[in-house]
Design a protein. Structure first.
Length: 216
């Protein structure tokens, strides 16, 4: 299990120390939520901030783009230091093209699906995807409640990936807690994103251990 803490719930005025604290706590990934105020009703940060963070951290930058027509900005995010670029299927008219564009930059390509979006939209793309992100809340804000049907969606996606003979990772994002993390990983989740249920419970090393314990 990989835990990818969402910086959305971190202290934005002290991102450098937050990133250092994550590394010191043994985390390897960090989840960066990019929001444009159109695809989702909230605005966060973009490539310049990620570039600044890159200078202070060696963590794996897991960049979740909640923006319309993300194909316009793939190179910018890659140059800023994104290790993985995850775009929403709902935001791309030509999703295969955008995935190929991500792979061309050297970043890992990933696709996110809103809770109601059927898995069939990514069926043919699975072999070329490093990861599929299942949103378990409607994207835009931290601290929302996990939508229960997403548990079944994880199981179905796991079966699809196995059937394709692929090694695509499954990520879940939204309402993940120490209480549901174990069931999620048992269902097939490889990467857990956690914002409020992680940053709200320092010290981070202890919290990381709690998540690891419940997922054994
Ligand atoms: C929501 C974001 C999430 C968010 C998760 O749109 O994509 O990454 O930070 O926050 P929690 O874990 O608090 O639900
Ligand atoms: Zn996210």
């Amino acid at each position: 299990m990989i835990l990818s803490p969402s910086m959305l719930s971190s202290d934005f005025a002290n991102m450098e120390s937050e990133l250092k604290a994550l590394e010191a706590a043994g985390l390897e990934w960090v989840h960066l939520d990019v929001m444009d105020g159109r695809f989702v009703p909230n605005i966060t940060f973009g490539p310049p901030i990620i570039k600044a963070m890159r200078k202070k951290s060696n963590l794996f930058f897991d960049c979740h783009l909640m923006i319309e027509d993300p194909g316009r900005y793939i190179e910018d995010f890659a140059e800023a230091g994104a290790d993985l670029i995850c775009v929403h299927a709902e935001a791309c008219t030509h999703l295969e093209r955008v995935c190929a564009q991500i792979a061309e930059t050297g970043a890992k390509p990933a696709v996110a699906l809103n809770p109601h979006t059927p898995l069939s939209v990514i069926k043919y793309l699975i072999p070329q995807l490093y990861m599929v992100l299942i949103m378990s809340v409607n994207p835009g804000f931290g601290g929302q409640k996990f939508i229960p049907f997403c548990m079944d969606k994880v199981r179905e996606l796991k079966a699809m990936i196995n059937e394709a003979g692929a090694d695509t990772l499954i990520q879940i994002d939204g309402g993940v807690t120490a209480e549901n993390a174990g069931e999620l990983t048992a269902a097939g989740v490889d990467v857990l994103v956690s914002g409020s249920a992680f940053f709200g419970y320092p010290p981070y090393e202890e919290r990381h251990k709690v998540f690891q314990e419940v997922c054994k």
